[in-house]
Design a protein around this ligand. Sequence first.
Ligand code: UTP
Length: 456
Amino acid sequence: METFLGYDDVIKKFFSSGEGHLFEHWNELSATERKEFIEELSHIDFRLVTELKSLIKRESHVEMQFEPAPYISLNPLSDEYARAKEVGESHLRNGKVAAFVVAGGQGSRLGYEGPKGCYPLGEISGKSLFQIHAEKILKYSQKYGVRIPWLIMTSQSNHHQTVEFLRSHNNFGIEPSDLFIFSQAMVPSLDLDGKLVLESPTRLFKNPDGHGGSLTALASSGVLDALIGRGIETISYFQVDNPLVKIIDPVFIGVHLLQNAEVSSKGLPKIGPEEKIGVFVNFPNGRLGVIEYSDLPEERAKERDADGKLKFLMGSPAIHLFQCEFIRKITSEGQVRLPFHIAKKKLKVWKQGTVVEIDGLKFEKFVFDAIPLAERSIVFEMRREEEFAPVKNLTGVDSVESARALMNNLFKEWLTKKGIEIPPKVRIVEISPLLAVEAEDLPQIAIPNKEMVYLE
Ligand code: UTP
């Protein structure tokens, strides 16, 4: 094999680690490509690769001793609710909250060309998910008389497109100094034999390190320090594909603060034992956490209490509050060591001069694995119809279709709550977040009697 000065060590390292197959096409590469390839390979963290390989052989790492997690449920008419709202609103007015959306995923199920946040979800307006989130943040900022920073985590696969999309839309009105966009880390994917694979002649196949990579990325990007420097204490975390999320919820924030929690999570009652959603659990050491639905044995998922309610009732919609100091603490060594979860996926890899689809393994960290690291953590019950409409697919369950229907239902509910009459011809209502993020923001308006009504 022909090599160049300085390349030998890298090449030797890969051969001695059983990864010599990566050089099968070496002789066909140009001098520039070789340089690029070696540059790519020299950044590989072999300790990480060894760790990933060892995971393939290991049984599940999941702690199987657990009981259902306790949760807090507040009646909106109660004094506790009013008190929590007051505390949360004061925290917001004092400029102590930032909004954090994780948008680094590959959105493969949706099959949309481009970052999922750019998907035009608004049924009438055609507003993208990013625009819906941005406008909510602007509305909350206006309501509480502050500028709420917006953090967006991207990944190598969609960073430039996301930045360009926001730039070309003037960040949907968010001031550049309030916008923090940063990328998560990538992890090598492996084939079923545990070998590294290529994505192109000069690049290894990698995938974003999961939403669990968000806490490390916050710290390593310097954004966490910048926020702390700005007086932010609490980060409100959500996923890009939930258009109904209450990005800022003063009651949730108030409960979180009153309970002195380091991490708080919203929980929604599961529809039934078979619903495919992670559940909140209590581990033997008294710490809370989330168990993936696939790790909850069927007989346990079906357990019911004396009132006939599911014992493992609270599912996780991936809405959390993190105290900045907690993130600082758990990332003090540069990164949070959350476990990797393995997913068997189809990978389009570059092999013997062409792109082929193979079965492979992707490794991801999940953000909920940080919950057991918190000394104080709570689960707060929410109403599903008010804030959960995941967009995973184009049609069917958890889809563009179902999310639009849920948005329509909620907007109509707001109008009814406000005593605004919905004329008979009206089939679809869309409300701009700039007008209202909850029923009480709506002015008393007359709705025209036509099929589609957009209120802005
Ligand atoms: P999902 O787990 O639903 O993945 O992400 P996805 O990439 O959006 O879609 P599929 O599975 O490929 O169809 C839930 C949330 O976590 C973010 C996603 O952007 C979404 O907001 N996420 C996921 C990241 O930010 N980084 C990741 O590595 C994975």
